[in-house]
Design a protein around this ligand. Structure first.
Ligand code: ZN
Length: 1059
């Protein structure tokens, strides 16, 4: 297909380096706290030819990097070394929807008493603004090639105040995850053993205890190691250990006898000293499901828990021509792409590929990829190289269309190449030929990003376009029904939009539109020629149309003032609105029709259950409650859309490249299960503010909206994953629309969205060979360039089961568990899903016990090192909002929607949140990290004298113990006692060191999570306290066993399978 093209061998490789600073610029705008590099993180090897200096040398800098740009400026870095790709981009021509093209809309007029906008009965459809047909202008000058993150100006209102702290960005990665597994870890760990000491190392008195996790988890591994295969740390070219060795060589504590009580909710008795240490777990003990009355012989101090890793790791994706297993997704790392793509873009559940399906099945593990093609890099990482092959487009395999990558093998003096996916041998395009060196590689391999990097971005040719790249269109649809107005949701939305619009890039390619709705839909003519925006009302919410197609969506530069005025006026215009009905379905349909010709992002602010017009919904929740109390009789049906209307609409939206995000600012049930089908199918997302608080939520709403439109993203995208012969893609899951089996359609995709790709064998793989995976994302940047981002990962194939366990990737496996569980609860009773999840865990551990463990005492629970936290995470999943019985239907629906596109990095904290103590912030040593040491999620760790913060990436709960020091409470929260804890909380910074530190900690967490997080103060004897303790997943609770009990249960199940 592809004709030879591109630069001759002698030319510089076309290196349209995107602004290497653009991502970081974006970060700066978001006021991200930059991570500290290890002091001796030196620079890596010289950058490839033509490349920007390695950012390892100076992480954020570059001479072209001044500080944060002044407001309104569009920061740009270095001008690309070459001219624009493929000449100028074709002019953007909006499909011609001339005046009078459609039926004359019967606009009704809506008198609005005090409103500043005239409401004509008919808006005269005018011609499109002339500049629509003009050539695209370079945004910001010289930066036309910039991809990804819009380099918008800095936040208008972000400075200073604690009310709007930085919302997002890449900062230090969460530290909740397990320690990195050494590349050649031992295949299994030993039996439980160790000293039986109280859970937190003290007596169960009420004295404040030190951070308990500092004691046990820091020491020897919670399981002692069988002394096999302890890897030697490898020297890192960066001057830091790429792999933090776990101190497994530590001396194992002598077994001190003593029964250990399983942890209970409160007031656990300390174990008696000097009694039988447990080396074995007898199946007779600790019956699953019921309280363990007899002594369980598991020491809570010795069971596996995540050990946060404070230091930043440097990760080379390949070393010595071999794939280097990635650090945990939940750790903080800096990647150097040495041939395989960064694990941020694609990671596999197992870092070695089973040669046969039998071997894989025996392991009990699943083979799946988690791809996140536009993932946010660490600010210290090299930018992705842009490669232009000219008119011929990128070199591809002529049979399977796989893109050129470092694993295609050139033969016959470079005249031909063998595809690493289908094995086909192709002629090398004449002008792409190059001689091979003595090592068999092309001599220019290190100079061509596509031959030495796991991820590159190709300039797409005409062949990849069905039309000219679309402009960046943002359409805001705002609920102005009575409830929305009265709760302050409308005002919050208008204020957020108003502030965000000023951060959109100015330029002809940025277009905006606004509509409001209650039981009717109100469009606004934003055309500049008019003195004021005109309101145009669409009263028919069954058969919707859009008035004035050409002037409802206007270039931002033409309507900025109108927009500001309009957004300021909307809350007042509708302040006495008595219409309670909401025509959500009709509203999005009408907005879609306005956007149909271009595509774009539709951002909907909805406050009540849609009640009239197309796709009106009924309150199904009551039905759901009845069902749940009647023994879970199909309540899962409430988690599915009520009918197909919205799904059909969503598919049509996706066809026209319209992506929908829904911001639910509500006090009541809104049927997220039905509404969410729209964002899920169109590459959008659901935001949920429940119960909406006019005091504390507008800040989050603004930050969420801001990150939504400023984060790196692309439009009108198509994605496909290819893999080597022997494997094939089984299924994709995430937020997208699928029309053909091989591709997923993404009207929009952004840096936060991950897609799970399950794989299956269709043949045997050869031991000793490698198997490749390639994710190709064709998309349009916000600046209107068509690009193909290609990430390739090549992993070794193996016939050894032990290799599979050794190279298992816990975070990725667990992410897949989580997504599959979320999918299962749509169609199965919760009880059934909880069983399935538990069985997945048991099957894996059983396979390991049966085939890999060398120690064969039947009384021992033996966990593979790489998966030793799997039982804990499984238990946490069972107790999560999604799987526990008592969750509200909307909460569960939101949880499901949150999980579907979730990255591996955020999957673990969602179910196993991070908890820290904050009453002692001013005493704690910083240890190089702003965030204090993590505490295990057990109520044993929560002292009523203390104050604790818990966050899961979305919510942040602060628990104030009943006996917490009043002075500390006052310093942190400005209230005099725990009794004054407000139901709505806005974090302030007070003039004392404690408060300052707390603000630092929370800002750090927010930047790590790319999320503003909803803050809530919790206290005992209050629903908030119950909520807080529901996250103590190691406790025995109505939703499940204690951690110790669960381990006993798992062990018993394994034993019964063994016998
Ligand atoms: Zn091929």
């Amino acid at each position: 297909m592809t004709t030879p093209g591109g630069p001759g061998p002698g030319n510089l490789p076309p290196n349209y380096n995107p602004n290497p600073n653009s991502i970081a610029d974006n970060m700066q705008n978001l006021q991200i706290n930059r991570p500290n590099l290890p002091p001796n993180a030196g620079r890596g090897p010289n950058p490839p030819f033509g490349q920007q200096p390695s950012p390892f040398q100076s992480p954020f800098s570059g001479p072209s990097r001044p500080g944060p740009p002044p407001p309104g400026a569009v920061p740009r870095g270095a001008v690309p070394p070459s001219g624009p790709p493929q000449g100028a981009l074709p002019p953007f021509m909006a499909p011609n929807r001339g005046p009078g093209g459609g039926p004359a809309p019967p606009f009704a007029s809506r008198p609005i008493g005090s409103g500043p906008f005239p409401s004509p009965t008919m808006g005269a459809p005018g011609p499109r603004p002339g500049s629509f047909g003009g050539p695209p202008q370079t945004v910001g000058g010289g930066g036309q090639l910039i991809n990804g993150p819009p380099s918008f100006g800095p936040p208008g209102g972000m400075q200073g105040g604690s009310q709007y702290p930085p919302s997002a960005g890449v900062g230090p990665r969460p530290s909740v995850g397990p320690p990195p597994s050494p590349p050649t870890m031992s295949s299994h760990m030993g039996p439980f053993s160790g000293q039986s000491t109280p859970f937190s190392g003290g007596s169960p008195d009420n004295q404040p205890r030190g951070p308990p996790s500092q004691a046990p988890p820091r020491g020897p591994p919670t399981f002692s190691a069988q002394g096999q295969g302890i890897p030697q740390p490898q020297a890192s070219p960066f001057g830091a250990q790429p792999w933090q060795m776990q101190s497994r060589q530590n001396v194992q504590p002598p077994p001190i006898p003593g029964p250990v009580q399983p942890p209970t909710m409160y007031g656990m008795q300390p174990p008696l000293p000097n009694q039988q240490a447990m080396a074995t777990i007898s199946p007779a003990m600790g019956a699953g499901g019921s309280a363990v009355t007899g002594p369980s012989k598991i020491d809570p101090n010795q069971i596996p828990r995540p050990i946060p890793n404070a230091s930043v790791q440097l990760h080379e994706t390949r070393k010595g021509n071999q794939a280097n297993p990635p650090p945990p997704a939940t750790s903080e790392f800096i990647v150097r792409d040495t041939g395989n793509c960064s694990p941020r873009y694609m990671r596999c559940t197992i870092n070695q590929i089973a040669c046969t399906t039998d071997l894989l099945n025996t392991s009990g593990m699943q083979l799946a990829l988690l791809v996140q093609p536009l993932a946010l890099p660490h600010p210290s990482e090299e930018p992705i190289q842009i490669v232009d092959f000219g008119d011929g487009g990128p070199v591809r395999c002529s049979r399977c269309k796989g893109y050129i990558n470092p694993f295609m093998k050139f033969v016959d003096q470079g005249r031909r190449f063998i595809c690493n996916f289908c094995g086909f041998t192709d002629e090398t395009p004449r002008d792409y030929q190059c001689n091979l060196g003595p090592d068999g590689r092309r001599r220019d391999a290190d100079e061509r990003p596509e031959l030495c990097r796991g991820t590159v971005e190709f300039i797409a040719t005409k062949e990849f376009m069905v039309r000219d790249p679309m402009p960046a269109v943002f359409f805001f649809l705002i609920d102005v029904s009575m409830n929305a107005i009265q709760t302050g949701a409308t005002a919050g939305a208008c204020s957020a939009i108003s502030r965000v619009i000023s951060e959109l890039p100015e330029g002809p390619r940025t277009m905006v539109g606004i509509a409001t709705f209650d039981s009717t839909i109100h469009f606004y003519n934003l055309k500049r020629a008019l003195q004021q925006p005109l309101m145009l009302i669409v009263p028919d919410v069954q058969d919707v149309y859009t008035p004035l197609e050409t002037d409802v969506i206007v270039q931002l530069s033409e309507c900025q003032q109108h927009l500001d005025l309009l957004l300021e006026s909307i809350p007042t215009m509708f302040q006495s609105n008595k219409t309670a009905d909401s025509a959500f379905g009709a509203g999005i349909k009408a907005a879609f029709m306005a956007m149909k010709s271009t595509g774009g992002k539709l951002l909907v602010f909805q406050s009540v259950l849609p009640s009239v017009g197309i796709a009106a919904l009924s309150a199904r929740e009551a039905e759901g409650r009845t069902n749940i109390s009647a023994g879970e009789k199909e309540p899962h049906k409430l988690l599915q859309p009520v009918d197909k209307t919205l799904k059909t609409m969503a598919i049509e939206f996706a066809e026209y490249q319209v992506s929908v995000d829904v911001f639910l600012t509500t006090q009541s049930y809104v049927d997220i299960a039905s509404i969410s089908i729209i964002p899920r199918t169109t590459g959008g997302q659901v935001y949920y503010y429940h119960p909406f608080s006019a005091l504390s939520d507008p800040a989050k709403l603004y930050n969420d909206l801001r990150w939504n439109i400023t984060r790196p993203q692309g439009f009108e995208a198509v994605m496909r994953v290819r893999c080597s012969q022997g494997l094939q893609v089984q299924e994709y899951s995430g937020n997208f629309c699928k029309r053909i089996p091989t591709d997923v359609d993404l009207p929009a995709i952004d840096c936060d969205k991950a897609i799970m790709v399950t794989l299956k064998h269709d043949d045997k793989l050869q031991d000793g060979t490698e198997c490749s995976f390639q994710c190709a994302l064709l998309y349009t940047t916000v600046y209107g360039q068509r690009r193909i981002r290609v990430s390739t990962l090549s992993l070794p194939c193996t016939t050894m089961l032990s290799n599979l366990f050794r190279s298992a990737d816990l975070d990725t496996q667990f992410s897949c568990f989580l997504k599959q569980a979320a999918n299962e609860i749509l169609t199965n009773p919760l009880l059934h899903v909880r069983e399935q999840v538990t069985n997945l865990c048991i099957n894996i551990l059983h396979a390991y016990r049966k085939f890999c463990a060398t120690v064969s005492s039947s009384g021992q629970l033996i966990l593979p090192e790489a998966l030793k936290l799997l039982p804990l995470y499984t238990l946490a999943l069972i107790k999560s909002t999604g799987l526990r019985t008592e969750a509200r239907i909307d909460d569960r629906s939101f949880w499901i929607n949150y999980v579907f596109p979730l990255s591996a990095q955020l999957a673990v904290p969602l179910v196993y949140p991070r908890m820290i103590s904050i009453h002692d912030l001013n005493i704690k040593e910083s240890e190089g990290s702003v965030i204090p040491t993590v505490i295990p999620l057990s109520s044993e760790q929560v002292n009523e004298n203390g104050i604790y913060l818990l966050e899961n990436g979305e919510d942040c709960l602060i628990y104030i113990g009943n006996a917490a020091d009043p002075d500390t409470i006052r310093q942190l929260f400005g209230i005099s006692s725990v009794d004054q804890v407000p139901s709505q909380f806005v974090l302030q910074q007070y003039d004392n060191p404690m408060s300052k530190k707390l603000n630092e900690v929370i800002n750090e967490i927010r930047s790590q999570r790319c999320n503003y997080l909803r803050l809530k103060l919790c206290k005992k004897g209050d629903p908030s306290g119950v909520l807080f303790f529901s996250y103590m997943v190691e406790d025995k609770s109505p939703s499940g066993l204690s951690y110790v009990e669960f381990l006993v249960h798992v062990h018993r199940q394994i034993q019964s399978k063994m016998s």
